[in-house]
Design a binder for this molecule. Sequence first.
Ligand SMILES: Cc1cc2nc3c(=O)[nH]c(=O)nc-3n(C[C@H](O)[C@H](O)[C@H](O)COP(=O)(O)OP(=O)(O)OC[C@H]3O[C@@H](n4cnc5c(N)ncnc54)[C@H](O)[C@@H]3O)c2cc1C
Ligand code: HEM
Length: 393
Amino acid sequence: MGFALAHRLFLCGFTVVMGSRCPDKRNDTQLEIVSIVECIRRSPIIFVAIHPEHYIDSLVSHFDHEPSLFDGKILIDISNQTCEESHLNDSSNAERLQTAISNAFVVKAFNTISSFAMQSTTTGESCKVFVASDHSIMKNKVITLAREMNFDSFNAGSIRVARHLERNTKSLFPQWQIPIVITLVIISIWLTYTLCMSFISTRTTSWNQLFLHVANETLCSSAITMLAIVYMSSNLACIFQLVNGTRERRFPMWLDRWLLSRKQLGILTFALALSHSIMTLILITPAYYSSWFHPVEVMVSTVHNQTRIVVVASLMTAKGELASLLGILTQLCMSILAITSIPAIGNLLNWREWRFVQSKLGTMTLLLAIGHVVAMVMPYWIRNFRNLHLNKF
Ligand SMILES: Cc1cc2nc3c(=O)[nH]c(=O)nc-3n(C[C@H](O)[C@H](O)[C@H](O)COP(=O)(O)OP(=O)(O)OC[C@H]3O[C@@H](n4cnc5c(N)ncnc54)[C@H](O)[C@@H]3O)c2cc1C
Ligand code: HEM
């Protein structure tokens, strides 16, 4: 990170001096390398590119020896947490550095950028620099410095935010973990049910149909279950508020987490539903969905001792067309929800427009999905109802 920063700063026109415990041994760069004390003396802004375990012997020891060394200097702490078990109540590396060297202005920044992104102009990695400090003037100087280095820099708040910043780089999709587990559990339940129904209960399906037909049945049921889970949480939130007679009371932890996971759950729902739609469009033939099509008419005519077979192409029944239409509308609405959940698109909408799409169109999507299923099962219900009626008399 030290070399990457130094080269980037050099290319952006800054004068760079690097500090090392053994400057004589470092001949692997064209940049000037001096001792750590000399480097601190000569620089108004110091990037601390060393492991936090070495802060004491590499920095604080010099401060104890010569307290005025750090007077008015900006110390940019670029470290991350090395301890997996760190909690938000524990102080960050930046806070500890500020307490140890009280007359320096410690600023947390550049810890969210990799050395690879620092050196490469074509990297797809994030180039966002979050700047946190208790010294607002120095913080603004570092924000400007990061912009001059061609990064997008943001004021992240006080030095305490460093607790978040240092931990965040360590975690892998923290908000997605629970939604992904929930999705996998739902898929497993529906897969078990579908396999039991297809191969044990009715034995009407061949194993050849495992990868598309059986998978499709699993996906569609999982998609509608997930969609219901997304919107059920807001209804529970409403019930909770009605029971308590106030909107101000905090939700229980499980409901709070559920509400906050709706975006991730929604996007996973979209992925399942899209897979179902694509698979269906591949499979949609009378061979797979016989009840969606009129029975094929085969006319056999014998003329002059020759047999002619005329097969009339089968058209879709009203049930097939209605269910397809409602399925397509569901997919369309869900795509709009998914598109507006992309921050760059969502930011183009005002609060009311975003609420309208997510809340009203979202509920509409759920209703359309229910309509899609009802259109499929309605003929069975009507037939069963008629049979029941006839049996009575
Ligand atoms: C494809 C797809 C993408 C999605 N993308 C997103 C997304 O990007 N972001 C996102 O948030 N959701 C997303 N969702 C989920 C969902 O669309 C939204 O959460 C939507 O806003 C829910 O609207 P609602 O009317 O059901 O609930 P809300 O209007 O949120 O809640 C209903 C009621 O619950 C109570 N309530 C809920 N939250 C609070 C709170 N914090 N404080 C106090 N009261 C509260 C209020 O009484 C409120 O009237 C997505 C869903 C799908 C299917
Ligand atoms: C292009 C759009 C869509 C088409 C053409 C379509 C078509 C179909 C078909 C053919 C089936 C029968 C599957 C089978 O029995 O194996 C089906 C079932 C189902 N679809 Fe869709 N679908 C579409 C989109 C959606 C979407 C977006 C959802 C939303 C969640 C959805 C939810 C369901 C559900 C829950 C079932 C199961 C119904 C049952 O078991 O009775 N579909 N769909």
